[in-house]
Design a protein around this ligand. Structure first.
Ligand code: GAR
Length: 194
């Protein structure tokens, strides 16, 4: 069974969708550990609800990345859990060389836009501000740039004329919860075949 580690900073709805897909037999993998850089992030509660080992990783004093010694700790935690694929589910820090070297083409991210459009924070607000008629969701391999790397799967989401930031993000998240498990199954199938 392929072992994955999920990293997240927030409410964890994508983590829940992945755990539920595994429980329902739609996704064949085992979540070995869920790790968050935010002490009270709901994603850790979701891990507990599903009986998955979980940990808070104090990120250190940088705002957008982990302190190097913390990133080394993260690598060790994932390796100790025998994680083969690292799944980012709303993890709001940029991973650097240590993680990229430890898990080459083995880190996957989901982003709420049709990349390369609108990388960065609150991509749905960026799409609204740009008056887009369509936006979407991208699942991609992580490289050294922010919200960038080879695309695994993309799906379009319409922007309605009366959308608020909240209504658009909710529509995008519904698609995320379907697309992420599907895209991960694709990644796992490749790994099994390798
Ligand atoms: C998701 O919409 C995800 O695409 C986004 O954070 C949200 C996390 O929600 N990620 C990024 O913006 C990455 N740059 P969740 O905690 O409910 O899964």
């Amino acid at each position: 069974m392929i072992k994955i580690g999920i990293l997240g900073s927030g409410k964890g709805s994508n983590c829940r969708a992945i755990l539920q897909s595994i429980r329902d037999g739609r996704l064949r993998a085992k979540v070995a550990v869920v790790i968050s850089d935010v002490l009270d992030a709901p994603i850790l509660e979701i891990a507990r609800e599903f009986g998955v080992p979980n940990a808070y990783l104090p990120p250190g004093h940088f705002r957008t990345r982990l302190e190097p010694k913390v990133e080394a700790q993260l690598v060790a935690m994932l390796q100790n859990a025998e994680v083969q694929i690292v799944v980012l589910a709303g993890f709001m820090r940029v991973l650097k060389e240590q993680m990229l070297a430890a898990f080459p083409r083995r880190i996957v991210n989901i982003h709420p836009s049709l990349l390369p459009k609108f990388p960065g924070l609150e991509a749905w607000k960026q799409a609204l501000a740009a008056n887009e008629k369509w936006t979407g969701v991208t699942v991609h391999y992580v490289d050294e740039q922010i919200d960038h790397g080879d695309v695994i799967a993309q799906r379009k989401v319409p922007v309605m004329s009366d959308d608020t930031a909240e209504s658009l993000h909710a529509r995008i998240q519904e698609v995320e919860h379907v697309l992420y498990p599907e895209a991960l199954e694709q990644v796992f199938a490749q790994l099994r075949a390798a």
